[in-house]
Design a protein around this ligand. Structure first.
Ligand SMILES: [Zn+2]
Length: 493
């Protein structure tokens, strides 16, 4: 049991949690966004991050501090909190990123952890090896062994109250990620970054992101706080939270601003091409795109970075509210419309609906059927699983609307796409209170037909009649032959 992390609310695999950071005297509510602060380039002054933006934690790079003569002694002297002027929690990276970029660094895990402790880091990182997603298997295995050795070295290092990251690597090999997750969860380390995701995120390979994180999560324990390294674009946060990630860092807010890019929850825009700001943050309320283009470049970069942070923190709050209300998957569904690659990510998430189902609350706010992907949500799956256990009399009518008067039945149940059949006594319970459009789509009817099939298979001796509102043959073909069907629309009443 990891006593510094507590999960409070669930929706899908997403959760609201509390991460206690003892050396900072801070409890961070998750999902949390950690702005990345480059100690050499303070695009937005860190002293503003907590009060103005709501950042409870930030991340900076201890390797850069250690390698930069100009600041190292000052940081050792003042401590990292004093140097940055930030009184929340501070996570520090170790130089692993530099290792991945340049091939080598001149520091061991023991040395960099000791340095992180001396500068007063609250969550430190060992020197893991971020293997890129398209590496061959030999390399991925070899580098994973090095990462696992770094975790062992970290366990052996005296770190006091400081929390320590246990990065999960393994490139894009699901079995390696799962094994890495299991190994990391077996250490006494504290926070679990899923590493080397930046190439996937930058290439918009969101389906691969989902599969990689899902594999890592299978190995990790449910009480492990999970950090999705490099996932700071507001567009992708709802999806990443629904997967079960708790911490995110954003370098994007500053890097994008440097290129004149403006983040939104549905993608990235270019300042050069914008006529209006579609946002009401303090920056966008007080400036027009033309103002920023006409002013000096440094100011424009800072203001863009501030907007990028505002819109990202706003999305984090929206996600937390969605978890509380139980409509996180509706939010993911909306975000998936921003870019086809996000839709791939959402569809990959639904492929893992069995895992989502394990943590998805049994009851929440009304289920909204908002796209044909909704037919694959865990609630539909759970209802189908329940159909196997419901007892059915000798003859039963399942009806989508009216009752044909030509027969007598022992019972009449309702049928509602995408769930399928259920006894009327359940009609006021979640998720059967769902709001479904009148113009039902084929995916919802297919899922409902699957429910009818499940009920028929579980009750081989029952006489089952389905009254439907004009389902096409390609949907009806999915039913066992012994289910009689009647098109209620053709009854003409
Ligand atoms: Zn704005």
């Amino acid at each position: 049991m990891r006593d510094h992390f507590e999960v409070r609310d669930h929706d899908a695999a997403g959760r609201i949690g509390r991460l206690e950071v003892p050396s900072a005297g801070v409890t961070v509510e998750t999902p949390a966004l950690l702005p990345v602060v480059n100690p050499n380039v303070l695009t937005v002054d860190p002293s503003r991050l907590r009060g103005e933006f709501g950042a409870e934690m930030l991340i900076t790079n201890s390797y850069i501090i250690r390698s930069t003569d100009r600041i190292r002694d000052r940081v050792l002297d003042e401590g990292i909190h004093g140097f940055l002027g930030f009184d929340g929690a501070i996570m520090t990276d170790s130089g692993s990123f530099q290792l991945a970029e340049y091939g080598e660094i001149d520091v061991t895990t023991a040395e960099i952890l000791e340095f992180q402790r001396r500068i007063g880091s609250d969550v430190a990182t060992p020197v893991d090896v971020p293997t890129p997603p398209d590496a061959n298997r030999d390399r991925a295995e070899r580098e994973l062994a090095t990462t696992e050795q770094a975790l062992t070295d970290a366990e052996a290092t005296e770190t006091g109250e400081m929390l320590v990251n246990a990065p999960v690597q393994g490139s894009a090999y699901p079995d390696l990620r799962e094994a890495a997750g299991r190994h990391a969860a077996g250490t006494d380390l504290d926070v679990f970054p899923v590493g080397a995701m930046v190439p996937l995120l930058n290439a918009y390979r969101y389906d691969d992101v989902v599969e990689t994180v899902t594999a890592a999560k299978r190995g990790l324990d449910p009480d492990c706080p999970v950090h999705l390294f490099g996932a700071g674009h507001p567009m992708s946060l709802a999806l990443a939270v629904a997967l079960g990630c708790d911490l995110f860092d954003s370098a994007a807010y500053a890097l994008m601003a440097r290129d004149g890019r403006y983040l939104t929850v549905s993608g990235t825009e270019h300042l050069a091409e914008m006529a209006y700001f579609p946002c009401s943050c303090p920056v966008c309320a007080e400036h027009t795109p033309e103002d920023l283009r006409a002013g000096d470049d440094d100011t424009a970069e800072r203001l863009l970075a501030e907007h990028n942070l505002h819109v990202t923190f706003e999305e984090v709050r929206r996600i937390k509210a969605a978890i509380r209300a139980g409509n996180l998957l509706e939010l993911v569904d909306r975000r998936a419309r921003g870019h086809p690659a996000m839709l791939d990510g959402y569809r990959a998430l639904l492929d893992a609906a069995d895992r989502l189902e394990a943590t998805d609350p049994v009851s929440k706010d009304t289920f909204f059927y908002t796209s044909h992907e909704s037919a694959r949500r865990p609630e539909v799956r759970r209802h189908h699983g329940r159909l196997d256990r419901l007892s059915v009399p000798d003859s039963i009518l399942l009806t989508e609307s009216k009752t044909p008067s030509t027969h007598d039945y022992d019972a009449v149940w309702r049928v509602k796409p995408p769930f399928g059949p259920f006894p009327r006594s359940l009609s006021e319970t979640y998720p059967l209170t769902a709001e479904v459009p009148d113009r039902v789509d084929a995916a919802a009817r297919r899922a409902a037909a699957e429910g009818v099939r499940r009920l028929a298979d579980a009750n081989p001796d029952a006489a089952i009649t389905l009254g439907h509102d004009g389902w096409p043959d390609r949907v009806l073909d999915r039913l066992p032959d012994r289910v009689e069907t009647e098109n209620l629309r053709e009854l003409g009443r």
